[in-house]
Ligand binder design. Structure first.
Ligand code: 5AD
Ligand code: SF4
Length: 478
């Protein structure tokens, strides 16, 4: 094992149990509840935001399951409701406050129900203060670095009858072995780095998730090996900037090295990763994606803006020429690759000319799809202090103009798939029709096709017959 600056702490329930009598008391208490009521105490997690949060919710579920709670789909039946919150844009924050209002009513009719809030919003002191002052019905507050403290926090409320708060602002520690109840058995999210060092001027993540830390390669390899043994076919490696994986490790080990190792694991058939930062995407990585059969030919490469002036103000540390150069390398080395992106419209100081450059880059790259966002002021970031904020009306106008260019390109990219056969990992029954299944190609394109439910979790071949902007339709090939 390499020497490292970041210390690893084991947080498996067995490890916590050794030092923590409170967990044993909670477990006993929950067992008693089960004996008396014939059912277990239940929890419901409302997850907002990105895949990082989705995965944190799987850890929260894992911890709660291991101390005797059971998950319920409906918050109205839950003994414990947990908000796992997001702070990336204002509307994410507003959604949480709206839902908290609803839960306040529920708590009035069910005073024994516990309410907990965690996630990125709780890492911001001002928001914690607001919750403490104005939402007195909230029993537990914890953050992104203190998920493992949840049993302690529940104990405080259950046994000492007082509000519990567990927050660590920034930590050098990595918590390994946390129990996880994964949502799916055929695909899994796997953290490779935590935090972010990039400080893009619009973004709140480095302030709430702390400095970047990489997990030990062997810890990641062990987790993925175990997932494969349990039948998992697809993994998605998570990091704010996966390309800088390994920077905090004392022994040099790059993201490309990690992918090479994970590609060797029997049973894993697809490897995805999110998110790549254009400043750190190396030729070596493109070569590894090309050479490794399991790595999906899909690269999510956020551009944010097509104007060098705005990219500089965003502190993105690359130019549009550098970005286009990477894209042309990807296209020539991996002609089959799909490229997707994130774009922010209406960043402070964005002129009509700057915006046209963003539209221009969308046309040049011909993205398979893109997440488009209106710039949202985030208190505490550099961009929030910039004077030339763009009026909402202009932001919306540009946003719509961008979609008018983007959607026909996305549709055209899908249209080129008609008549071709793709392997699809079947994910679920389609939401729109019971007879249809839904899955994704390695390029991350959504495909609906007729088939029976027992194909869920399998990889099948589907021939594309028809396409729309946001999904494709096809027929199963035997
Ligand atoms: N306003 C709008 N979009 C933002 N993003 C991050 N911060 C903001 C903000 N303040 C977008 C970026 C990032 C994605 C996850 O969210 O495009 O890539
Ligand atoms: Fe935010 Fe930039 Fe870090 Fe992504 S790379 S999390 S956009 S600061």
């Amino acid at each position: 094992m390499s020497k490292r600056k970041t210390d690893v702490v084991s947080t498996s329930i067995e490890d916590i149990n050794l030092t923590n009598k409170k967990i044993i008391e909670i477990k006993n208490n929950n067992e008693q509840f089960f004996m008396i009521n014939g059912k277990r105490k239940t929890f419901n997690i409302l997850t907002y935001g990105c895949q990082m949060n989705e995965h944190d919710s799987e850890k929260i579920s894992g911890i709660l399951n291991s101390i005797g709670y059971e998950e319920t789909e409906d918050e109205k039946n839950a003994d414990l409701v947990i908000f796992n919150t997001c702070l990336i844009r204002e509307n994410a924050e507003l959604k949480v406050f709206g839902k908290l209002g609803e839960i306040k009513g529920l708590k009035r009719s069910k005073p024994d129900m516990l309410v907990a809030i965690c996630g990125c919003m709780m890492q911001k002191p001002e928001i914690r203060e607001k919750i403490l002052k104005s939402f007195s019905f909230v029993d537990i507050i914890f953050g992104t670095n203190t998920i493992h403290e949840l049993p302690d926090l529940i104990y405080n409320v259950d046994f000492n009858n007082h509000r519990s708060i567990g927050i660590i602002d920034n930590t050098e520690l990595i918590y390994e072995n946390m129990p996880k109840t994964r949502k799916y058995n055929y695909k899994a999210l796997v953290n490779i780095t935590y935090g972010c060092n990039n400080f893009c001027s619009y973004c709140v993540v480095p302030y709430v998730r702390g400095r970047e830390k990489s997990r030990e390669p062997q810890d990641i390899i062990n987790e993925v090996t175990k997932l494969a043994e349990d039948g998992c076919k697809e993994i998605t490696l998570l990091g704010q900037n996966v390309n800088s994986y390994g920077n905090s490790l004392e022994n040099k080990f790059t993201f490309a090295n990690l992918l090479l190792e994970l590609n060797k694991i029997d049973g894993i058939e697809r490897i995805r990763f999110m998110t790549s930062h254009p400043k750190d995407l190396t030729d070596d990585l493109i070569r590894v994606i090309k050479e490794c059969d399991k790595i999906c030919n899909h690269i999510h490469l956020p551009i944010q803006s097509g104007s060098n002036n705005i990219l500089d103000k965003m502190n993105r540390k690359y130019t549009k020429e550098h970005y286009l150069n990477i894209v042309s390398k990807i296209k020539s080395e991996i002609p089959d690759a799909s490229i997707t992106t994130d774009i922010i419209v209406g960043f402070p100081g964005e002129t009509e000319e700057d915006f046209k450059e963003t539209v221009d880059i969308v046309k040049k790259v011909e993205y398979d799809s893109a997440f488009t966002y209106l710039y949202s002021i985030r208190e505490g970031t550099k961009a929030a202090l910039m004077e030339d904020q763009i009026p909402d009306e202009t932001k919306h106008k540009r946003f719509n103009e961008l979609l008018d260019v983007l959607y026909p390109i996305t549709y055209e990219k899908n249209r080129l798939c008609i008549g071709k056969t793709y392997s699809i990992l079947v994910e679920s029954v389609s939401k729109s029709s019971e007879n249809f299944l839904t899955g994704r190609t390695e390029h991350f394109k959504l495909v609906h096709f007729k088939g029976s439910e027992d194909l869920i979790g399998q990889i099948v071949n589907v021939k594309i017959t028809n396409v729309k902007t946001f999904h494709m339709e096809g027929v199963l090939e035997q």
